[in-house]
Design a protein around this ligand. Structure first.
Ligand SMILES: Cc1ncc(C[n+]2csc(CCOP(=O)(O)OP(=O)(O)O)c2C)c(N)n1
Length: 572
C-alpha cells in the first residue's frame, strides 16, 4: 500500500491534502475567524502548487450547501462544505436538511471557536471567541446527519476523515458533520504520513433477498391492475433504463408521485403520470420504489386485498417518525440492483402471465394516449390567452432545451411538458422542501459540466429564498452562466392553496389577498442579476416569450453570461 509523507505541515495542511487524495474536488465555503489555519493552508498550497479541494467562495451558506448537492448529483462525487462555527452551521441547516432527506452524501464541516484563552497557536483573539462557544455545537443538527464528530488531535486526523467520507457514501447515503477546532488545525507537525489510496472504502450497494424478490415477481406478473409508484427513483442514474425496461417488458404502469427526479421518460406509454389516485383505487398489486409517501391516505387507500410492496435501500424510511402505509413485503436494496434482479426474476413468470401482460399493455397505452391528449389540449387553449400560463411557460422551456439540458425545478414548472429522456436532467433537490435550493444546485451542476445548458426554474418566492445575490455572484466569479427563469405569480400559491383547501368556506378563501401569502410590491427580479453583470429581462406578453427564451439561451451558451427572465405568469 502507498503512503504519502508531508514535511513541516500544520494539521490544516494535512487535512486538505488527505481530502484531495480522497477525491474531494471542491470546498464550498463561507469563512469566518475559525478558518484562519485553513486559509493559510490553502494559500500555502496555491503558492507551492500542492493539491487541495478547490475553494469556492460562497457569500451565503445556502449557496455552498446546494452547490455541493448539485455537484454530487451531476457527478456522483461527494463534496466538502465549511461554515463559520455555530452561526454558519445554523445558516447551512436548510441545505443540510435537503441533503439528508434527499440521501445526498457530503462532508459538512464548521470551525469550532478556540477554547484556549491565551495559550497554544490559534488561541482566542477576539471577543466572539467567547460568545460563539457552545456546549454542543453539533446538537442543532444531529438528527440531520449520519455521523458527527469533533476533531480531537492530529494523530486521529486520517481516521476521522476516512470515517466521515466512508460513512456518508455508504447506503443509505447522507451528510456527515465534522467540527474543526482552530487550535488543532493550527498544530504543527514536522512529519505526517497517511495511506494513499485510502484503506477505508464505503460499503458496496446492498442486494435484495432472493426469496422475497421471487415472491414480488410472481405477484407483479399475474396482477391484473399493478402499479409502480416512485418519488426519487430517478436520483440513481441507472434506474431510468432499468425501470423503463421492466415497465415496458411486463406492462407495468409507473406513477411518479411528487417526484423530485424523473425515473422514466414521460412519453413512454407505461408512464402513468403523476397522480396515483385513479390507479390506487382499483390496484391489486402496488410496488413502491424510493418513496416515503406514495399517496395521501386522506384522499385514497388501496383496496383491502391489494398487495403492497416496498423497495428501497431503507424501505422502513427510518428518518420518518410516523408512517403507516401497508407493507406486505419490503425489500432493502439499492434500487438499481433490485430492479435489475427483479427483471431477471420476472422472466420465469412470464409464461403463465402472458394474457395479463397483454391486457395491461392495451389498457395503459390507451390511458397514456388520453393523458397526453388532455395535456396538449390544455396547451392549445392556453396559447390563445393574453397571459402566460404555467403550461405555456413549461412547454416553451421544453422548446429551447436539448436532451442533455438540466432543468432545475423549484417552481410550478409542469414537468409533464418537459420531454425528459435522460437521467438526472430534471432535478428538484429540495427533499426536505427547504426552499432556496434551486440556484445553488444549478451552479453545482454547471460546475460539473460547463458545456451543458442549465436552466433554474424558480417561483418568485423560491427565488428570494435562494439569497440570489450570493448565487449570481458565484455564477459570475466562477464563470457559470446558467439561465434563471422566475415564475412570477406575485404570491406564495402553495401556501394560499393549502389554506383554501383546509378552509374552503373560510375568510381567507373569500379574501382577494390572503394575509402572509402575497407580494404587493412589483419586484423587478431582472435587475438583481445585473448586480453581478448578468443579463435580465422581464416578460409579460406570451408573444414575446419564445424570443426571450432564445435570447437567454444565446447569452448563456454563446456569450457565456448568466441570464434571468422574470416571467409574469398566472397559475393553473
Ligand atoms: C425555507 C422554507 N420556508 C418556508 C417554506 C414554506 N413554503 C412552502 S411553498 C412556499 C411558497 C413558495 O412560493 P413560490 O416559490 O412563489 O411558488 P408558488 O407556490 O407561488 O408556486 C413557502 C413559503 C418552505 N418550504 N421552505
Amino acid at each position: 500500500m502507498g503512503k504519502t509523507t508531508l514535511k513541516n505541515v500544520t494539521v490544516a495542511d494535512a487535512y486538505l491534502s488527505i481530502l484531495a487524495d480522497r477525491g474531494i474536488d471542491y470546498l464550498f465555503a463561507n469563512a469566518g475567524t475559525d478558518f484562519t489555519p485553513l486559509i493559510e493552508a490553502l494559500a500555502k498550497a496555491q503558492a507551492l502548487g500542492t493539491p487541495t479541494p478547490i475553494p469556492i467562495t460562497c457569500p451565503h451558506e445556502n449557496t455552498a450547501q446546494h452547490m455541493a448537492i448539485g455537484y454530487y448529483l451531476a457527478t456522483g462525487r461527494q463534496q466538502l462544505t465549511m461554515m463559520h462555527v455555530n452561526v454558519g452551521t445554523a445558516n447551512g441547516l436548510n441545505g443540510l436538511l435537503n441533503a439528508q432527506r434527499g440521501g445526498i452524501p457530503m462532508l459538512f464541516t464548521a470551525g469550532r471557536t478556540p477554547v484556549n484563552e491565551d495559550t497554544l497557536p490559534g488561541h482566542r483573539s477576539l471577543d466572539i471567541h467567547w460568545t460563539q462557544e457552545m456546549y454542543d455545537q453539533a446538537g442543532m443538527l444531529r438528527e440531520a446527519v449520519k455521523w458527527d464528530y469533533e476533531l480531537r488531535n492530529s494523530v486521529q486526523l486520517e481516521t476521522v476523515v476516512d470515517r466521515a467520507l466512508s460513512v456518508s457514501m455508504s447506503e443509505p447515503r447522507g451528510p456527515v458533520y465534522l467540527a474543526l477546532p482552530r487550535e488543532i488545525l493550527a498544530q504543527e507537525m514536522s512529519e505526517y504520513t497517511y495511506n494513499s489510496p485510502t484503506r477505508v472504502q464505503p460499503a458496496t450497494a446492498p442486494a435484495p433477498d432472493a426469496e422475497a424478490l421471487d415472491e414480488i415477481a410472481a405477484l407483479l406478473a399475474k396482477a391484473e391492475r399493478p402499479l409502480l409508484i416512485t418519488n426519487w427513483g430517478g436520483r440513481n442514474p441507472n434506474v431510468m433504463a432499468l425501470l423503463t425496461d421492466l415497465a415496458d417488458r411486463f406492462a407495468l404502469p409507473v406513477v411518479e408521485f411528487r417526484n423530485r427526479y424523473v425515473a422514466m421518460p414521460p412519453l413512454h406509454p407505461m408512464h402513468a403520470g403523476h397522480d396515483p389516485n385513479p390507479y390506487i383505487e382499483n390496484a391489486d398489486v402496488i410496488m413502491i420504489i424510493d418513496c416515503a409517501a406514495p399517496w395521501l391516505p386522506s384522499q385514497v387507500r388501496p383496496p383491502e386485498k391489494c398487495k403492497v410492496i416496498h423497495m428501497a435501500v431503507d424501505p422502513m424510511y427510518g428518518f420518518v417518525p410516523i408512517r403507516g402505509f401497508e407493507a406486505d413485503i419490503s425489500v432493502s436494496c439499492a434500487t438499481d440492483v433490485g430492479l435489475s434482479l427483479l427483471s431477471d426474476a420476472m422472466e420465469s413468470h412470464i409464461g403463465s402471465a402472458s394474457t395479463q401482460i397483454e391486457n395491461r399493455r392495451q389498457v395503459q397505452t390507451k390511458r397514456h394516449k388520453e393523458q397526453r391528449e388532455t395535456l396538449l389540449q390544455k396547451l392549445e387553449d392556453d396559447k390563445r390567452k393574453s397571459t402566460i400560463s404555467y403550461a405555456l411557460l413549461s412547454h416553451s422551456i421544453n422548446e429551447i432545451r436539448d436532451a442533455d439540458t438540466v432543468i432545475i425545478k423549484e417552481s410550478s414548472l409542469l414537468q409533464q411538458y418537459i420531454e425528459t429522456e435522460k437521467p438526472l436532467t430534471m432535478i428538484n433537490a429540495g427533499a426536505a422542501s427547504g426552499l432556496g435550493h434551486g440556484l445553488g444546485v444549478a451552479l453545482g451542476v454547471k460546475l460539473a459540466d460547463r458545456d451543458r445548458m442549465v436552466i433554474a426554474t424558480e417561483g418568485d418566492g423560491a427565488y428570494i429564498f435562494n439569497n440570489p445575490l450570493s448565487c449570481h455572484y458565484v455564477a459570475a466569479e466562477q464563470d457559470l452562466p446558467v439561465i434563471t427563469i422566475v415564475f412570477n405569480n406575485q404570491h406564495w400559491q402553495a401556501v394560499d392553496r393549502a389554506t383554501k383547501n383546509q378552509y374552503p368556506d373560510g375568510y381567507a378563501a373569500q379574501s382577494n389577498r390572503q394575509p402572509l401569502t402575497h407580494f404587493t410590491v412589483d419586484q423587478h427580479y431582472e435587475k438583481a442579476v445585473e448586480v453581478a453583470g448578468g443579463y435580465g429581462e422581464q416578460v409579460t406578453d406570451p408573444k414575446e416569450l419564445m424570443s426571450a427564451l432564445e435570447r437567454a439561451k444565446k447569452i448563456t451558451m454563446v456569450d457565456k453570461r448568466q441570464a434571468l427572465l422574470n416571467v409574469t405568469c398566472v397559475g393553473v
